[in-house]
Design a protein around this ligand. Structure first.
Ligand SMILES: [Zn+2]
Length: 614
C-alpha cells in the first residue's frame, strides 16, 4: 500500500486571495501557454478513430497502433517516458472467450443415443463452466424465482445435480406485474444461470420457445451475452426442435407448456423420465491480451505532480458493451469515446511542454488502456504506480469531450479537492468572452471512468465530460460529429486549471464527498436497494473485491472497507459481480443482510441495512 498520508493530513483551508496572488506570480514567471488548436485536435481524433486503429479494442493491432501514435507524439515533444518499458506500462486483460474444439452433447434414452452438433443444435454461453455435466433432466418453465411476483419455477422441484431445461425470457404476466413495458432482469440468461446454480443444478439448458411470426429459431452467438468468466455451472442453448424431441418421451409439447404457463401465470415444472440422460461436454478458453498504459512526464521544480489523463481504448469491432448489437463486427471508431479525450491529452502535452522545469510541480500525462473493460488501466496504475502515488496532488480526467452542445460542459469531482471550486471559477474568468461555458458541476468523484480509481486512493479528481449522445458505443461515433472548436476552448480552460494546480502554493486537500444516493433504474426495482460499494474490476479473485466503499453508505455504516472481498450475501454465495447484482436485486429496502467479506485473509461478518436509492 503506497503512502497516502500526505493527502489525508488536513491543511488549513485557503482563502481566495493568496491563491490568486500565487497564480498571478506563476503567470509572470513562466512562458505563456499557447491556445489549443482545433485543427490539430481534430486531426488527432481523426487519426485515432481511423479504420487502421480497428476501434482500439483490447487485443487488436489497432490498439497497439494507437499506443504507437501517442508514444511518437511524446517523443517528438521531448516529454520523458514514465512507464515501465519506456512509455509503456503493460498489463494483461481478459478480452473474452473462445469455443475450443472439444464441445459435445448427446442424449441417451435407454440404448439410443442422439448426438447434438455444436453451433447447429446447441451452443454454450461464454460464461459457462467448462468440463462435463451429465445427468437426469428437469423442465423448470422459465427457470425463474421471483418472490416479488409470487412466481417460482423451482417450487417443489428437486434439481440437485440435475440438468435444468428452461425457456428463454419470462412469463407474459410479468409485464403487467412489473408495470414495465420491457422485460425484467429475470428474463436474462445470466439471472437464470445464477438461479439454477443456487438451486444446486449441474447445468442449465435454455431454449427460445415461442417465436414471432417468421422469426427463425436462432442460437445465441457465442460471446454475445455479457457474463463473468465462469458462472459456476454448465450453461448452453439448444434449438427448439431439440428440446421438443426430448419432450416427446413425456407426451408434452414445448409450445403447449409455454402457453399453459403464460395463460395461467403459474409455473409448470416436472422431472423428465429417469432413463433420459443428457451429457454435455464444454470446452471454452478464456482469451487474454497484453495492453499498455502510455505514460509521459513533464518535470517541475519539485517531485509533486498533477495527472492529466484519458483512456484511449474503445470497443474494437463491438463487444457485449456495444449499443448497436446488430452491428457487432463493424468497427466502433469511438471518436468521442475517447479519441476526443486522448487527443485532448496530446494537445495539452503540446501546450504545456514549453513549461518544462518552470512549474512548481510536474505533469504526468496518462493514456489508459482497458477502460472499457472496467477501468482496468487506471486500476493497474494505482496498484503499480510508476511514480510515487503520494506525490500526485490531483488527477484530471477527460472522457468524451468532443460533443459539446450549446457550450454545456459537465465537471465532476469538484468537491474532492479543497481548492477546486475556486480554481475552476478562476479558469473561467481567465477565458475570453467567446469561450464561456455553462458548466454543470457535481461534487462527488465516483463515476464510470478512470478518475474513480484515483478517488479510491484519496487523490482529488476533476472529470471533464461533454455529455452522452445517441452515437455512444455505436459505429456511428465518428470524427465528423466532433465539435473541435468547442473542445479546443475547453482545453484552454483545462490547461488553465492544470497550470493553477501545478503552481499553487498549496496542493488541494482531498475531501470525502458524501454523495446523494445513486438513482435506481426503471420500474423493475432497478439495481435493487442501495448498498454503496465500488467494485474493483481488475481483480479476478473468487468473490467481489471493493475498490472502495462510498462514505455514508449502508456498506460504510456496517464497517465494510476498500479491499474487502465479498463472499456471502445473506444465503447467497458471491463469486463475482453478477452474483452480487443478482443478490441485491432480490433484496428489499430495509432488509438487514448478513454479509461475509475476506479482509487480510480473515472472514469478517457484518450486518448491512439496505437503503432506498434516490
Ligand atoms: Zn469512455
Amino acid at each position: 500500500m503506497p503512502n497516502l498520508t500526505a493527502h489525508v493530513t488536513p491543511r488549513p483551508r485557503k482563502t481566495l486571495l493568496p491563491l490568486l496572488f500565487a497564480f498571478a506570480l506563476c503567470l509572470a514567471a513562466s512562458a505563456p501557454i499557447p491556445r489549443a488548436d482545433p485543427a490539430r485536435f481534430l486531426n488527432d481524433v481523426k487519426a485515432l478513430s481511423a479504420p487502421s486503429m480497428e476501434g482500439r479494442g483490447a487485443g487488436t493491432k489497432g490498439l497497439g497502433r494507437a499506443a504507437e501514435l501517442i508514444v511518437k507524439r511524446y517523443h517528438e515533444l521531448k516529454i520523458a517516458p514514465a512507464g515501465i518499458n519506456e512509455y509503456l506500462q503493460p498489463f494483461t486483460v481478459i478480452t473474452g472467450a473462445r469455443l475450443k474444439s472439444d464441445n459435445a452433447a448427446f442424449l441417451l434414452t435407454g440404448h439410443s443415443k442422439m448426438d447434438l452438433k455444436t453451433n447447429q443444435d446447441f451452443v454454450p454461453f461464454s460464461f459457462s463452466q467448462s468440463g462435463q455435466a451429465a445427468g437426469e433432466m428437469v423442465f423448470a418453465g422459465y427457470g425463474i424465482t421471483a418472490d416479488e411476483y409470487q412466481y417460482d419455477d423451482y417450487a417443489n422441484l428437486d434439481v440437485k445435480d440435475k440438468i435444468v431445461l428452461a425457456l428463454r425470457y419470462e412469463p407474459a404476466s410479468f409485464a403487467s406485474k412489473s408495470g414495465n413495458q420491457g422485460l425484467t432482469h429475470h428474463a436474462q440468461t445470466i439471472t437464470k444461470a445464477i438461479n439454477a446454480r443456487n438451486h444446486g443444478a449441474r447445468a442449465l439448458v435454455v431454449v427460445n420457445g415461442k417465436l414471432g411470426d417468421g422469426e427463425e429459431d436462432l442460437l445465441t452467438r457465442f460471446g454475445s451475452v455479457n457474463g463473468p468468466q465462469n458462472i459456476g455451472l454448465v450453461c448452453v442453448q439448444v434449438k427448439n426442435n431439440v428440446a421438443q424431441s426430448w419432450l416427446q418421451a413425456t407426451g408434452k409439447s414445448l409450445n403447449d407448456l409455454q402457453e399453459q404457463i403464460n395463460s395461467a401465470g403459474k409455473p409448470v415444472s416436472f422431472a423428465f423420465p429417469e432413463n433420459l440422460h443428457l451429457s454435455l461436454n464444454i470446452d471454452i478458453e478464456t482469451t487474454r491480451a497484453t495492453v499498455n498504459n502510455v505514460l509521459a512526464y513533464l518535470p517541475g521544480q519539485s517531485d509533486d505532480y498533477v495527472i492529466v489523463g484519458a483512456h484511449y481504448d474503445h470497443l474494437g469491432r463491438g463487444n457485449v458493451d456495444s449499443l448497436a448489437p446488430s452491428q457487432i463486427g463493424q468497427i466502433h471508431p469511438g471518436a468521442d469515446d475517447n479519441a476526443s479525450g486522448t487527443a485532448g491529452v496530446l494537445e495539452l502535452a503540446r501546450m504545456l511542454a514549453p513549461q518544462r522545469g518552470q512549474l512548481k510541480r510536474g505533469i504526468l500525462f496518462m493514456n489508459f488502456a482497458g477502460e472499457e473493460l472496467g477501468l482496468l488501466g487506471s486500476a493497474e496504475w494505482v496498484k503499480e504506480p510508476t511514480l510515487p502515488l503520494g506525490k500526485a496532488i490531483a488527477m484530471i480526467n477527460m472522457d468524451m469531450i468532443g460533443r459539446i452542445k450549446d457550450d454545456k460542459v459537465y465537471v465532476g469531482g469538484v468537491g474532492t479537492g479543497s481548492s477546486f471550486k475556486q480554481i475552476l471559477e478562476q479558469a473561467q474568468k481567465d477565458q475570453p468572452q467567446d469561450s464561456q461555458f455553462k458548466i454543470e458541476t457535481s461534487a462527488g468523484g465516483y463515476s464510470s471512468s478512470d478518475h474513480t480509481s484515483f478517488v479510491a486512493k484519496k487523490i482529488p479528481v476533476l472529470f471533464f465530460f461533454s455529455g452522452l449522445h445517441s452515437d455512444y458505443h455505436k459505429p456511428s461515433d465518428t470524427w465528423e460529429k466532433i465539435n473541435a472548436p468547442s473542445a479546443a476552448k475547453l482545453l484552454d480552460l483545462i490547461a488553465d486549471v492544470t497550470l493553477q494546480l501545478a503552481d499553487a502554493a498549496e496542493p488541494p486537500v482531498f475531501q470525502t464527498v458524501v454523495e446523494a444516493k445513486p438513482a435506481g433504474g426503471g420500474g423493475d426495482r432497478g439495481y435493487g436497494p442501495y448498498f454503496g460499494s465500488i467494485p474493483d474490476f481488475g481483480e479476478s479473485t473468487d468473490g467481489l473485491k471493493f475498490a472502495d466503499v462510498k462514505p455514508g453508505s449502508p456498506a460504510a455504516k456496517a464497517g465494510l472497507k476498500a479491499g474487502d472481498i465479498l463472499i456471502q450475501f445473506g444465503d447467497k454465495p458471491i463469486h463475482n459481480i453478477y452474483d452480487f447484482t443478482d443478490a441485491l436485486r432480490r433484496s428489499k429496502v430495509g432488509d438487514v443482510v448478513e454479509v461475509k467479506v475476506l479482509r487480510d485473509g480473515q472472514t469478517v461478518s457484518a450486518s448491512v441495512k439496505l437503503e432506498q436509492r434516490k
